[in-house]
Design a protein around this ligand. Structure first.
Ligand SMILES: *Cc1c(COP(=O)(O)O)cnc(C)c1O
Length: 399
């Protein structure tokens, strides 16, 4: 496979209005037209290159979208004010009342809540299944199913979706395969493996500085046009638009994404190896012990590694909390949700980011109380970090 997401981003060339090396930021909510006719044509969607109103599109948002489409290898992309502001319009655009979605049961808590509690109000039902078993996925498909939904690497259990296999099912039953790739930017390119739509929360690795929320939908020109349609486009009408100033700052952060991902992956792989060798129950897709290690390997762009996320299970919520508080006290990272920051972030998903999922279901999917999710930071000397983490673990008695 000759697809290289970082090089595709690098190969884009921008010039600002005055020859600046960064594209100029368009600080306007509305745009003038020299003729009334062009304004009409733009409303009808027939005037390429014209801007109308910034909820529809703006130059800065298009620049960022172009970089993200290059990264995912899709025709185009539409940025949004948050990851949820990207994902929810996609599902509402693809489904009408009476339609059905087959979704992985291990997905981001907000997406789970949207499908479990919100879309049923609109007559859209979802079956939550174990995405790692294609036979179970296929058995859940009904005549009303329109969408297969999953995360390439799931939150928080780090299950890996067989995107090629799911894509074959989607084609067989004429469904759209929608993949949230937030946990594995650059490492996995879902559209190249057959996904129809790829979403990201830009809030995490892609922006990487935990200073904003943001999202993107990458897909075909036709689908993105549908989302932006002034009459029935879910992105246009629900109004989750990113601000131009923020789009410009996310684009600047994207330029270091490949360097950051390599360091996140290197550090996470190092710690996962050590934790496992110390006898901790460790989940990391880069470990041979991970049930989907070979699958991830078969799908990945190898130079970016297996990502920055890992989990350990320390047995109980009390131990997890004690350890996390101590690690924060020693400045090894922050007890915080979210991911993709330069500093390590840790949280206990059962009582935080996945608390939308009922306890019974958490148990069934293997989300235990003592689980700690780590987003490993960009630490310069990871051996030193490991030694410090280990002494915390010894102090609270998990090692
Ligand atoms: C954070 C996250 C989201 C939601 O993104 P926001 O930017 O918080 O709206 C969706 N999917 C995954 C996998 C996430 O981690």
């Amino acid at each position: 496979m000759n697809f290289n997401p970082a090089e595709n981003i690098q190969d884009l060339q921008y010039f600002g209005e005055f020859g600046g090396v960064n594209p100029s930021i368009s600080d306007s909510s509305t745009y003038t037209f020299l003729s009334a006719k062009t304004m009409f044509d733009t409303f009808e969607g027939n005037a390429d290159g014209c801007y109308l109103y910034s909820r529809h599109s703006s130059p800065s948002n298009l620049y960022l979208g172009e970089a993200l489409a290059a990264m995912e290898g899709t025709e185009t992309a539409n940025v949004a004010a948050s990851g949820m502001g990207a994902i929810t319009p996609v599902l509402l655009q693809l489904c009408n009342a009476g339609d059905h979605i087959v979704s992985s049961r291990t997905i981001y808590g907000g997406t789970y809540a949207f499908l479990k509690y919100f879309t049923p109000k609109l007559g859209i039902e979802t079956s939550f299944i174990d995405i790692t078993k294609l036979a179970i996925v296929e058995a859940a498909i009904t005549k009303n199913t329109k969408v297969l939904y999953c995360e390439s690497v799931s939150n928080p259990l780090l299950e890996v979706a067989d995107i090629k296999g799911l894509s074959a099912l989607a084609k067989k039953y004429n469904l759209k395969l929608v993949v949230d790739n937030t946990f594995s930017p650059l490492s996995i390119s879902p559209a190249k493996l057959g996904a129809d739509v790829v979403c990201h929360s830009l809030t995490k690795f892609i922006n990487g500085s935990s200073d904003t929320v943001g999202g993107v939908v990458c897909g075909s020109q036709e689908f993105i046009n549908d989302l932006r349609n002034v009459n029935d486009g879910a992105s246009m009408l629900l109004g989750s638009t990113m601000d131009s100033l923020r789009a410009a700052s996310v684009l600047k952060n994207m330029r270091t994404l490949h360097i950051r991902m390599k360091q996140h992956s290197y550090n996470a792989a190092f710690l996962a190896d050590k934790f496992q060798a110390d006898g901790l129950k460790t989940v990391y897709p880069g470990l041979e012990s991970h049930s989907s290690h070979q699958l991830f390997k078969s799908m990945m762009n190898p130079e970016y590694g297996f990502g920055g996320m890992l989990t350990i299970d320390v047995g109980s919520l009390e131990k997890a909390n004690e350890l996390m508080e101590l690690m924060q006290h020693k400045n090894l990272g922050y007890l915080a949700v979210s991911l993709g920051f330069y500093k390590t972030l840790f949280s206990a998903p059962g009582s935080s980011t996945s608390s939308e999922i009922p306890e019974e279901e958490q148990k069934e999917m293997g989300l235990s109380d003592g689980l700690i999710r780590f987003s490993i930071g960009l630490d310069n000397d990871i051996e030193r970090t490991y030694q410090m983490m280990k002494s915390c673990m010894v102090e609270v008695g998990v090692l």
